[in-house]
Design a binder for this molecule. Structure first.
Ligand SMILES: [Zn+2]
Length: 155
């Protein structure tokens, strides 16, 4: 089971990536008291780089680095695992909603014509409606994905 998380306001990029790996991450709150309260109520681990905030709770992971790749290494040391990016396992990086496969017909009016013509694989966020497909942006993400997951592997 993946732990549920809440990330502080400085960790937006990390939060979006963790959602892509299927982690349930609340992000966007700036008030420490609110973060602590929700962590307690919803049994979430707090991700933060703020030692002041970290001292106020036991359910905290204090990150040292501000670089995404190094933050992933830190999380691996805490036992986090990351499987290959694959949309049905992902959560929406924008809103943390669950993502499901979409029928091509269903998204026809919602994507540009050239995109509709070129791709057959589409996914939609069940919460905010954002549509995803394996285009250029996706391929860029796959490249970063490989880096994040395989940093310490030698092959
Ligand atoms: Zn969404």
């Amino acid at each position: 089971m993946k732990p549920k998380l809440i990330a502080d306001a400085m960790l937006g990029r990390l939060a979006r990536w963790l959602r892509l790996y299927g982690y349930d991450v609340i992000y966007g709150l700036v008030d420490d008291d609110e973060i602590l309260k929700i962590a307690e109520e919803e049994d979430r681990l707090i991700l933060t780089r703020d030692s002041g905030l970290a001292e106020r709770s036991r359910r905290v992971i204090l990150l040292r680095s501000n670089k995404l790749e190094e933050q992933f290494e830190e999380l691996k040391n805490f036992g986090f695992t990351f499987e290959e990016l694959f949309p049905p396992n992902a959560r929406c990086p924008k809103c943390n909603g669950l993502i499901r496969k979409a029928e091509k017909e269903e998204i026809k009016s919602k994507v540009p014509h050239n995109v509709y013509a070129k791709y057959d694989e589409f996914y939609v966020c069940t919460k905010c409606g954002q549509i995803y497909w394996p285009g250029r942006q996706w391929n860029e993400m796959i490249k970063i994905d490989r880096k994040l997951r395989n940093k310490n592997k030698r092959s």
